[in-house]
Design a binder for this molecule. Structure first.
Ligand code: ATP
Ligand code: MG
Length: 670
């Protein structure tokens, strides 16, 4: 285990007041957090259940948990919370749901649910042509700034805002009626609760005796307030961050948050770390010089004694296809020649859509890879269907879930039946599901239709009963068989193979639920809680990674790569209008893009390769591209350019394949 340097030690040992560790990439900020958790438990007599560490992504939380596990014995760490902001919020809401006016088993709406609901409200009540996305974004912004609908209505300035605020009001009411929260509520609701219920706040302050926050620069207003409320009074906290890695302005984060902290906590101690332990000095000089083009709130200098290292390669490719082919072939030959494990290589890109072609090329060459982000497991239709069944089981008021599955599989319940059901439910002020069981419905609907609705309700009631009485996992498996979901999937899939794949996702989801229940350390987790946890994706991501195994080139967006490190990094699509992104150039927000490039570059330990395409196809047309301005901003003496005169793609790939066949043959012989 590495020894901490004196500054890092100072940061670990300082516990008498608020502390900010402000330092560049790879300087050991996350290491300070994990070491400090161990120090608090082992030397300060603070129990693990009174320590909370927060970070940004599930992946980062997982990494942190793993790092802590190597330092602290399992028993000592029992009850320790290492989670994302959203998971922490979920824990608080779950424990305090009654105070917030939610019933147990509340649903968490994902992006798809939110979109469906907002568009429903918008189209029912407002005929205008406002975009659903714009309204969702506006609502998110209000929520991040802790502005409730009533307040939003009072501060409208434009007609668009007026519509958005009206939709927001209706949206929030509907969520409440559905006994549901959205992602932003996971932060907003706890903050509002703490602000209005000092007794609840005090209880949580007692529980959280020491708080640690990683990637502090990316907290937005509501997350910051949550931190501030939790540490109020005692101010026992450590936050670590790097203003140059702030890449979530679009979610309300500002590098200036770091200054705010100093103002709110005048006794704040600041520790700066300047030695980088990750990258060669060439990589680091590139990162330093690039980011020097941004204005700075805090000055810091990074150095490394990891050696000079290889030059940074800049590869110009003929077009996007050649780019992906080049990367794939290079990784393959490297692997075959030097035995470098695939998982030591990461390919980073600006947007998920860039991964598609790359995936094809990797598949073509049989290179294993792992894709983080991208189309999420939870976006799959069958997973959403099943999740809706789960949601309705634990929360009968969830009308969204009801509507999604009432005809999946087909139950001959048409839109006019649903409309009448909905009218009835509205006059009775009850949920659609509850309405299905009411006698009064017979004044609105023909008995034939009522029977179909009731059959559905009986099915759900039976499963719910079985869940409570017997093994809930078994009950869910039975349900899938009962409704003959497989038949439905087969009818709605393009091939047998596709249907089998979709069914495997269904069983995988149930298995994941089972694992969540079994792995619950504290015991007593209900099926409701397990489902809520799944919605937050935490479990599944971990599951999928365990399934995939460690072997594989890692593909992810620059955003998702934050906090991670890899021996070899490729950043593809280093072009104007990709990185920096076109929208950022148009709105003059290139600084944030530069920080994104800085994050990418500083992920690399030994090798860094930047690629770009000279031509790219878009909307069926071929465009000329020019390389990113960020390449020009790097110290040219450390760059090694390649591919100025590219051979035509066909010749090149044929040549590549020959080389490949040669290597394969060699390997087979030995
Ligand atoms: P980022 O800004 O990218 O999140 P970070 O500041 O959190 O980076 P870490 O991930 O904690 O940096 O550390 C970077 C690497 O340096 C890790 O591999 C870590 O093990 C190593 N490291 C940290 N401190 C030391 C040290 N004192 N001696 C040797 N290696 C160290
Ligand atoms: Mg870190």
């Amino acid at each position: 285990m590495s020894r901490l340097n004196p500054r890092q030690q100072e940061a670990v040992h300082y516990i008498s007041g608020p502390l900010l560790v402000l330092a560049g990439a790879g300087s050991g900020k996350t290491s300070v957090i994990t070491r400090k958790i161990a120090y608090l438990i082992q030397h300060c007599g603070i129990r693990a259940q009174n320590i909370v560490a927060v970070t940004f992504t599930n992946k980062a939380a997982r990494e942190m948990r793993e790092r802590v596990a190597t330092l602290v014995k399992g028993v000592e760490a029992k009850g320790l919370t290492v989670s994302t902001f959203h998971n922490l919020g979920l824990t608080i809401i779950r424990k305090e749901h009654a105070r917030l006016g939610y019933k147990a088993g509340f649903s968490i709406f994902d992006e798809g649910d939110v979109k469906a609901l907002v568009s429903d409200i918008l189209h029912k009540e407002y005929a205008g042509d406002d975009s659903v996305e714009a309204i969702i974004q506006q609502i998110g912004q209000w929520k991040n700034d802790l502005i409730l609908p009533e307040e939003a209505l009072q501060q409208i300035r434009t007609p668009q805002e007026r519509t958005a605020a009206a939709v927001y009001l209706q949206y929030q009411r509907t969520l409440k009626a559905y006994n549901a929260v959205d992602f932003d509520d996971l932060i907003l609701q706890p903050v509002k609760l703490f602000q209005t219920h000092p007794d609840v706040l005090e209880k949580w302050q007692q529980r959280v005796r020491y708080l640690l926050v990683d990637e502090y620069q990316d907290t937005n207003a509501s997350q910051y307030l949550l931190v501030k409320l939790l540490v109020q009074g005692r101010a026992h906290f450590t936050v670590v961050g790097d203003d140059d890695q702030s890449i979530y302005a679009w979610r309300g984060a500002r590098p200036e948050n770091l200054i705010q902290l100093q103002q709110d906590f005048p006794s704040l101690k600041v520790v700066k770390l300047e030695q980088n332990y990750r990258s060669t000095s060439r990589i680091l000089q590139c990162a330093n010089q690039l980011i020097a083009n941004n204005p700075h709130v805090f000055e810091k200098q990074l150095w490394s004694d990891m050696g000079h290292g290889d030059p940074i390669r800049v590869i110009r490719c003929r077009n996007e296809e050649a780019e992906c082919e080049r990367i794939a072939l290079e990784i393959l030959t490297q692997h075959l020649r030097t035995g470098r494990p695939y998982n030591e290589v990461a390919i980073l890109y600006r947007g998920n859509h860039q991964a598609k072609l790359l995936e094809l090329k990797l598949q073509h060459h049989q290179i294993p890879y792992r894709l983080s982000g991208g189309t999420s497991f939870f976006a799959r239709q069958e997973v959403k269907d099943l999740m809706s069944y789960f949601r309705l089981l634990v929360n009968p008021d969830d009308d969204n879930a009801f509507l999604r599955i009432i005809n999946v599989p087909r139950r001959e319940i048409g839109s006019s039946t649903l409309e009448k059901l909905s009218q009835y439910a509205q006059t009775r002020q009850i949920s659609l599901y509850a309405a299905c069981g009411e006698l009064g419905l017979s004044t609105h609907l023909d008995s034939r239709f009522i029977e179909r609705l009731q059959r559905f309700r009986h099915l759900m009631e039976r499963v719910r009963y079985q869940c409570a009485q017997d093994d809930p996992i078994e009950a869910l498996r039975d349900m899938v068989l009962d409704i003959d979901y497989e038949n439905w999937v087969t009818q709605n899939s393009s091939s047998e193979k596709a249907a089998a794949f979709r069914m495997s996702n269904v069983w995988f989801l149930i298995e994941a639920l089972k694992n969540t229940l079994e792995k619950d350390e504290e015991g007593g987790m209900t099926i409701e809680q397990a489902i809520a946890k799944l919605v937050l994706r935490d479990m599944l991501e971990r599951q999928q990674e365990e399934q995939d195994g460690a072997e594989g080139v890692q593909l992810m967006t620059l955003h998702a790569s934050k906090g991670l490190e890899f021996p070899s990094v490729y950043i593809m699509g280093m072009e104007e209008e990709i990185l920096p992104h076109r929208s950022s150039i148009e709105t003059d927000c290139v600084e944030e893009e530069r920080r994104l490039a800085y994050v990418g570059i500083t992920r690399a330990r030994h090798q860094l390769t930047l690629t770009f395409a000279a031509k790219r196809k878009q909307y069926g047309e071929v465009f000329d591209c020019s390389h990113s301005r960020f390449i020009d901003e790097l110290p040219q003496e450390h760059l090694q350019w390649e591919g100025q005169e590219e051979a035509p793609a066909e010749v090149k790939s044929a040549r590549g394949n020959e080389a490949l066949a040669g290597i394969r043959a060699l390997l087979n012989r030995s």
